[in-house]
Write a protein that binds this ligand. Structure first.
Ligand SMILES: CC(C)(COP(=O)(O)OP(=O)(O)OC[C@H]1O[C@@H](n2cnc3c(N)ncnc32)[C@H](O)[C@@H]1OP(=O)(O)O)[C@@H](O)C(=O)NCCC(=O)NCCS
Length: 178
């Protein structure tokens, strides 16, 4: 009961200071997020970030989530993850099988997203549901990620395609550029 009240109070404080970017406000916001989210380590959620279902979100240590990112549904984020400005994580989808019923009335399906450790997600990227992004992967700015991305891959574009792997294919990537 006490936990629930604390979580609600933290959510209200987060709402009140959502768009304030001062360093002191950041500290208070991150403190509140630690109680509002399912779990959160020593990480930094900046101003203007929207987390629709805080109780479904787990964030590790040394994660930074930059302004105006939007997170909806169940998402797990590892450690040392950099999420640039205006990314979207959409971990749920409308059902739309019926054409005679409005889509809005057909219910919503959970489609969890998982982000590994040491991942960098470029600005304005969209990560769709049921996607796992492996450790060390990079997602180029403006990508739409519709499928899981293997560890250490560098993926970009709409839909995002893997262009090379940081561990073993940098040379191939360089060759392709010539
Ligand atoms: C993904 C990224 C890291 C790739 O870096 P890189 O490996 O050095 O790639 P290059 O700049 O050599 O580009 C390689 C090719 O991919 C293309 N490309 C690069 N980034 C792209 C992107 N985001 N979307 C689509 N294509 C992209 C380039 O045009 C180039 O194409 P070409 O071979 O036909 O000329 C970088 O382009 C990027 O998007 N960084 C994110 C920046 C960001 O959002 N920062 C936020 C602040 S933290």
């Amino acid at each position: 009961m006490l936990r629930k009240i604390r979580r609600e109070a933290c959510c209200i404080i987060i709402l009140l200071i959502k768009y304030i970017s001062f360093a002191s406000t950041m500290k208070l916001r991150n403190f509140c997020y630690r109680y509002a989210l399912k779990s959160m380590g020593d990480s930094n959620i900046t101003d203007g970030v929207t987390i629709v279902h805080p109780g479904k979100v787990s964030i590790g240590n040394r994660v930074s989530i930059h302004p105006y990112t939007y997170i909806r549904g169940e998402i797990t984020i590892g450690n040392y993850v950099a999420i640039a400005t205006r990314c979207s994580f959409i971990a749920e989808s409308h059902n739309f099988a019926e054409v005679t019923t409005p889509i809005k009335l057909q219910g919503i399906e959970d489609q969890p997203i998982s982000i590994g450790n040491d991942v960098w997600i470029g600005a304005h990227s969209i990560i769709l549901g049921n996607v796992t992004i492996g450790d060390g992967a990079i997602i180029g700015a403006g990508s739409v990620v519709t499928k899981s991305i293997a560890s250490y891959s560098v993926a970009m574009g709409v839909p995002a395609r893997v262009v090379y792997n940081r561990k073993n294919s940098r040379d191939l990537h360089e060759k392709n550029k010539q």
